[in-house]
Design a binder for this molecule. Structure first.
Ligand SMILES: Nc1nc2c(ncn2[C@@H]2O[C@H](COP(=O)(O)OP(=O)(O)OP(=O)(O)O)[C@@H](O)[C@H]2O)c(=O)[nH]1
Ligand SMILES: [Mg+2]
Length: 365
C-alpha cells in the first residue's frame, strides 16, 4: 500500500528525458561530450567491434588524444600571441621555439587521430551496398549467400525481385547494409507496372549507395541481348559521375560457365566459391584497414571537426610561410583550429549542439 505522504512524494516524480542521466554526467563534468556520445554508440552498436571501440571512446581514450592535441595547439598559440605583443623580437622568438616544427608535428599527430576516427566512423555507420544488375543474374542468390540465410526469393524467372530486400551483414565487425533490388531492364521492356516501380527504386538505391556491386552472369556472356543491356546499364552507371568509382564488378555463376571474365571478381553465389574475395574487396572499398590498432568510435560530427581543424592548421602553415606580416593571420588560424578541436569534447560548443546530441538518446539513459 502507498500511504498518503508517499503518494505526494510520488506525484513529484517524473520520467527521465532522453539522455538525461548522461547529460547530467556531462554537465557535472563526469564525462566529456565525446564520452557522452559513446554511451549512446555503445547502446546502439550493431557489431562487437563497434561496441569495443565505443567502450574505448567511453573510457576517454579518444578524448585524451584530442586533449593532448589541444594542449599542443594552446602552447603554440600562447607563443604566437606573446610574440604579437613584442613585435620587435618576433622572428627570433618564433625561430627559437621552432614554431614551424611544432605546427608540423601537431599536423602529423592530427592525421593519425583522423585515420583512427575514420575507422571508428566506419564501424558505427557501416556501408550501404547495393546489388545491381540485369534480371536473373543472381542478385538475390548473392544476398542470401552473403547473409547465410534465405532472405530473398530466388527463382529462374527474370523479374522475381520487385521490392528492395535489405540485410545488414558484418564483415570483420564492419556493418554492411546490403540491398537487393529489382533487376534492371530498359524502359519499355517491362510490361509490368510493379516491376517498373521496382526498377525506379533500384536506381534510387544505387544513387544513395556507398558501393554498388554490378553483378554479371557468366553463362550469358556473348549473347547479343544480354551484352546490349550490360552496355546500357554501364552507361547509366557512368552517367552518375564521380560515384562511378564505387562500382565493384562481380561475375556470377562461375560454377556453370566455361568462360571467365577478366577483371573484377568471379564467384558462384550457388557454391560460395569466391565470396571471400568479394568480402575483402568490399572492406577495401570501404577503406577498412584491419591492422589499425585501438580504433575508437567516432561520429560524422567528430570527423567534420577534425577536418576543419586540419584545414585551419594547413592555412596557418601557409600564413607562417608567407613571412612576418602574416603573424596575426597565423594566430587567427590557430585560434580557429583550437575551437574546431574543442567542439569534439564539448570544451567549446553551442546549446543547439548539446540539445541535438542528448535528444537522440533513448529515454532513461
Ligand atoms: N549455376 C548457378 N546458378 C545461379 C547462381 N546464382 C544464381 N543462380 C540461378 O539464377 C537464377 C536467378 O537467380 P536470382 O538470385 O533470383 O537472380 P536475381 O538477379 O535476383 O533475379 P531478379 O530478382 O529477377 O532480378 C536462379 O535460378 C538461381 O538459382 C550461381 O552462382 N550459379
Ligand atoms: Mg532477385
Amino acid at each position: 500500500m502507498v500511504s498518503g505522504s508517499d503518494q505526494s512524494r510520488l506525484a513529484r516524480l517524473r520520467l527521465a528525458e532522453p539522455g538525461e542521466f548522461t547529460q547530467r554526467a556531462f554537465l557535472n563534468d563526469k564525462l566529456d561530450l565525446a564520452q557522452a556520445e559513446a554511451v549512446a554508440d555503445l547502446i546502439e552498436a550493431s557489431t562487437e567491434a563497434a561496441a569495443r571501440s565505443a567502450g574505448r571512446s567511453l573510457s576517454g581514450e579518444f578524448s585524451q588524444q584530442i586533449d593532448a592535441l589541444r594542449q599542443r595547439i594552446v602552447r603554440l598559440r600562447t607563443l604566437v600571441e606573446a610574440t604579437l605583443d613584442f613585435p620587435e623580437e618576433e622572428i627570433d622568438f618564433l625561430q627559437q621555439a621552432d614554431a614551424h616544427g611544432q605546427l608540423a608535428a601537431i599536423t602529423a599527430t592530427l592525421a593519425g587521430v583522423m585515420a583512427r576516427a575514420r575507422q571508428g566512423a566506419l564501424l558505427r555507420e557501416g556501408l550501404q551496398v547495393v546489388l545491381a544488375g540485369q534480371p536473373n543474374v543472381g542478385k538475390s542468390s548473392l544476398l542470401n549467400a552473403l547473409a547465410g540465410a534465405e532472405l530473398a526469393i530466388v527463382t529462374a524467372i527474370p523479374g522475381t525481385t520487385r521490392d528492395k530486400v535489405s540485410q545488414t551483414i558484418q564483415i570483420e565487425g564492419v556493418p554492411l547494409h546490403v540491398i537487393d533490388t529489382a533487376g534492371l531492364r530498359a524502359e519499355g521492356e517491362t510490361a509490368d507496372e510493379v516491376e517498373r516501380i521496382g526498377i525506379a527504386r533500384s536506381w534510387e538505391a544505387i544513387a544513395q549507395a556507398d558501393a554498388v556491386i554490378f553483378l554479371h552472369d557468366l553463362t550469358r556472356r556473348g549473347q547479343p541481348d544480354y551484352e546490349a543491356a550490360e552496355e546500357a546499364i554501364a552507361q547509366r552507371l557512368a552517367d552518375r559521375g564521380a560515384a562511378g568509382t564505387n562500382i565493384v564488378h562481380v561475375h556470377n555463376k562461375a560454377d556453370a560457365a566455361a568462360t571467365h571474365a577478366d577483371g573484377g571478381i568471379t564467384l558462384s553465389a550457388r557454391t560460395g566459391a569466391g565470396l571471400d574475395a568479394l568480402r575483402q574487396a568490399l572492406l577495401a572499398r570501404a577503406g577498412w584497414q584491419a591492422a589499425t590498432e585501438g580504433v575508437f568510435i567516432a561520429r560524422k560530427r567528430h570527423l567534420l571537426a577534425l577536418q576543419r581543424t586540419q584545414a585551419h592548421l594547413a592555412t596557418a602553415h601557409e600564413q607562417a610561410a608567407a613571412g612576418d606580416t602574416a603573424l596575426e593571420l597565423f594566430a587567427e588560424e590557430l585560434r580557429l583550429a583550437h575551437n574546431a578541436l574543442s567542439e569534439i569534447t564539448g570544451a567549446f560548443s553551442s546549446d543547439d549542439l548539446l540539445g541535438e546530441i542528448f535528444g537522440n538518446f533513448c529515454i532513461g539513459k
